[in-house]
Design a protein around this ligand. Sequence first.
Ligand code: ADP
Length: 600
Amino acid sequence: MPENIEETDEDAAFLHGFDRILSGAWSAQLLADSLRVLADGVCEVAGFGVAALSVLRDAGHLEIVAVAGNSEAERELLGLTRPISELEKDIADSVAWGTLRFVPHEYVLGREDDMGWVPTFTPLEHEDAWHPLDMLFAPLLDEDGEVRGVLTVDLPVGGLRPGPRQQSLLRRYVDVSSRVVGALLERERAAEELRLAAAARNIVRVASGQLSLDQLIEASQPEIIDGFRAEGMWLHAFDNFGRGADAIYSTDDREVVLPPELVDAAHSAARAAWAAQRVIVISRERPAATGIDPAVFESTLRYFESINVATALLVSLGAGEECLGLLVLVRNPGSREWRRSDARWAREISQDLGRAMFNARTFERERKVLEEVRALDSYKSRLIATVSHELRTPLTGILGYLELLEDAQVGPDTRRQLNVVERNARRLEGLVVDLLTLSRVGDPARPVSPLPVDLRTLVASAVELVGLEAARRNLRIDVVAQEHVVAAGESAELDRLCSNLVSNAVKYSHDGGSVRITLGADADSVTLAVSDDGLGISEADQANLFGEFFRSTNPEALAQPGTGLGLAIVQRIVQRHRGRIEVDSVLGEGSTFTVTLPRA
Ligand code: ADP
């Protein structure tokens, strides 16, 4: 019987636990553990078979967080929530015993189903006998008189309604419980804040380093799930770039594909939420957010229930005015509801995740454009390769027959006409050879197999090739070469490079001008510079010089025959050899092309 408890024992027992709870030693413990100590004390010291403590959660719900004295009651009650309005009903039905509230079983008739756990026992034959449906509880109030929790007891030891002494003992527990619950809720809130703040920092750090939406999802998912204590998430971008698929990624890597009508509803909800800068909770426990169609809300809830989701937090993501996508966090039944702090921190990360999403979208678009450009480029290369191959065969036939006709007996007019045909066929042959070379040196599947190549020999033969024309136009060609200028490369390609540069220098020089070729070497590289004092190249033309088929806008240069492929071939050869090419030119004064190649 509680009446039998000695005063001294009672005080000692009363103090047991609370000093620890309220001292710093508590700090590492969880709220539930600490309240369990309190509930144990209520059972043992105040003499009850069951004691339960519930605390107020954000949603206006009381959640039972500690149950002591009876394991069956603990199993059934722990984690249960009920709206605070029901507590108000209980208070209205009750008799006040000071701060305690007693609801005799007669008052409960008709509300038995609301009662949670009801013990089974036969009441004593006594006018003060405790009845299974009797209720005794006390609201735990803060300094402002607001409800922060409830202490509920049942099964008074001895089977009678508590007398004045047991009541006063219980009231002492109510006082302490009020203070403890208040302090613990504060601490819990502070710890939660700290944790969410740290999580948000992590999420932002991880998210901002990601390039694509795929990577963003992959990298931020564990941080988000962990940080928000969610069981699954759905990160979705509006214009469906990248993977941003219509799926909820759960922690066990299951993907739940959402029905399209739900995706549409989520999109419009996200846009509205972004405009209002708020987050939306989707849960049976909450009314639908304003602006959401109740029917859609209900079907969303039903869909969630079908995939074992009890509550979801919808966070819209964006940058500036623009809403770019959404993040949906979900929790399974049995997990706690979203709190204000979750919502606040979710809003906090929405800007940063939005920015990461914006970057991912830009990256994705650039990648697509680049892919298209590459596809176009490879199409062009294939076209050039095919066309030049197809041209070569008939051209070989034409040139072969022209050679046979060289010795034929024909009149002077026919001979002249044959010469014209041959000149044009040779030009065409030059073009075909250039095209074939261009596609060969542009083929990434054919890398260079470098061998030592003496550039002095190549320059000498390039000079020899233009020798006749230079002499005819009274051009002077000087070669200034160091000993041992040996590059690492493919001889045929470097030969082509030298002759293209030297023949251009001659071609675009004034009669009587001069061309200077310099060859040098240092420890790792060799340098070939071809200078002329000829037409020069305007700055605008210099920007396009190495493009395929580019010919100068300068009419004087255009007057010379050419295809615009020479420098494109040169540049590709240089690139394939991991070299460099630079142009230094002034229109009307002359040009210098400088090529640097790895040394053998
Ligand atoms: P092509 O000589 O067949 O036109 P290239 O690719 O070799 O093609 O050169 C592209 C253009 O660059 C030429 O049309 C010419 O206008 C300009 N160019 C090249 N080399 C020189 C040079 N040494 N001096 C002036 N212009 C040059």
